[in-house]
Design a protein around this ligand. Sequence first.
Ligand code: 5GP
Length: 209
Amino acid sequence: MSIEKKNRLIIISSPSGAGKTTLCKLLIKKMKNINLSISYTSRNKRLNEVEGKDYFFVSEKKFNQLKNKNYFVETAKNFNNFYGSPFNNIKKAEKINHHILFDIDWKGARKIRKNFDKEKIIDFFILPPSKTELKRRLIKRGRDNNNEINLRLSYAIEEMKHFNEYKYVLINENIKKTVNEIKKIIEYNQLIFNQKKILNKSLKKIINT
Ligand code: 5GP
């Protein structure tokens, strides 16, 4: 029996500092059939970031030009910077039957939900174990100054209010455990889809014979 594959749009949102970036990287390493959607941003590149790997860093002017050309599936403004997910990443993943993973905020997630079939989307909201832990992680990361940390912390608290818009909410206490859980959910979703397909085929057969 051939198992049909279906590529999904996987969304992972979480307040910055909840460990999302590491989590996405680990997940991609673990699952060979996922492509990461590399966003465009008008914010400055951080020291440890790589152009074309973490983001495509562009000027605000260039960002707006691309936006006007309908280059993006969705865009959002965070901390006075623009972010956008390009369409072409989805097409590339679809061609090779890979899932595509979006590391985007709740505003972006809402837009994706509006523009695609519900069946096609698996969305996760990752929570830090506590607000205190979140602050500790933001400070430990050491890449932002105090103002930036406080801005991100208040934004995180705002963002966390949207967790109930997501199908899966996970608390990231142990990164490896969280990655395994996400992997299982993605594979389980695939399984349900395949079972449905097989069931549909069998039903048709029964009806037609
Ligand atoms: P950071 O500047 O820390 O890399 O990202 C700030 C926030 O913007 C994070 O919550 C991140 O998930 C979100 N973000 C990154 N890229 C995109 C994007 O293309 N679209 C949307 N809507 N949010 C994004």
